[in-house]
Design a protein around this ligand. Structure first.
Ligand code: FES
Length: 61
């Protein structure tokens, strides 16, 4: 399922970008072009980034 329709970026690709270091919507755009079109996916991308950061914190706690 695409998270970003404009750039045809699936959820798995966004997760991979986060796993390899993307920490903001802008960095996701740089890495996989997600969020570089209309911007309507930015909220979803932000939620995915936040969830990953919470998971990171839990794994290091
Ligand atoms: S749906 Fe992601 S920029 Fe348009």
């Amino acid at each position: 399922m695409y998270v970003c329709i404009c750039a045809a970026v699936p959820e798995a690709e966004v997760h991979e970008c986060i796993r390899t270091g993307a920490r903001s919507v802008e960095e996701l755009g740089d890495q996989c072009s997600a969020g570089t079109g209309c911007g309507s996916c930015h909220d979803r991308l932000a939620v995915m980034l936040s969830s990953a950061q919470v998971a990171d914190l839990r794994s290091t706690a």
